[in-house]
Write a protein that binds this ligand. Structure first.
Ligand SMILES: [Zn+2]
Length: 132
């Protein structure tokens, strides 16, 4: 697989078996695993049928390896991971933590690519390289 995703904290690989794997907690405190499709703009989401959350519910995403929350401090409805392309290029990926909201940003330096019908350009273009 050409593209990999890693945790911004521990830099462990988050993708396996063609999906990106997260530990997650819903607003109601339900805990489980969420698998997201690695193709940006593909919003296929997989999880155990007993691990339920509703459209519009904000989900907290954690790295399954180090346990760190992936919520980005600069845009708190978004989670942040790192995408590694084959050529060694690194991108910051921000995706909405709100269930059902299709909004993803791929950022490198001053350049930004937007995916998903709910994404807007309402992102703070200052400090694009400084997501934590
Ligand atoms: Zn980690």
């Amino acid at each position: 697989m050409g593209v990999n995703y890693i945790c911004p904290e521990c830099r462990g690989y988050l993708n396996a078996c063609d999906y990106i794997i997260f530990r997650a907690k819903t607003e109601k405190g339900e805990k489980g695993l969420i698998l997201l499709h690695p193709e940006l703009g593909n919003y296929t989401v997989m999880h155990h049928p007993e691990f339920k959350f509703e459209e519009g519910e904000t989900v907290e995403f954690y790295c399954p390896i180090c346990g760190n929350s992936l919520t980005t401090k600069q845009k708190e409805n978004f989670a942040r991971i790192i995408m590694l392309e084959e050529e060694g290029k690194e991108f910051t990926i921000l995706f909405s933590r709100v269930a059902g909201e299709k909004s993803t940003y791929k950022i490198q330096g001053e350049s930004i690519e937007i995916f998903g019908k709910d994404a807007t350009k309402e992102i703070d273009f200052k400090n694009l390289t400084d997501f934590t």
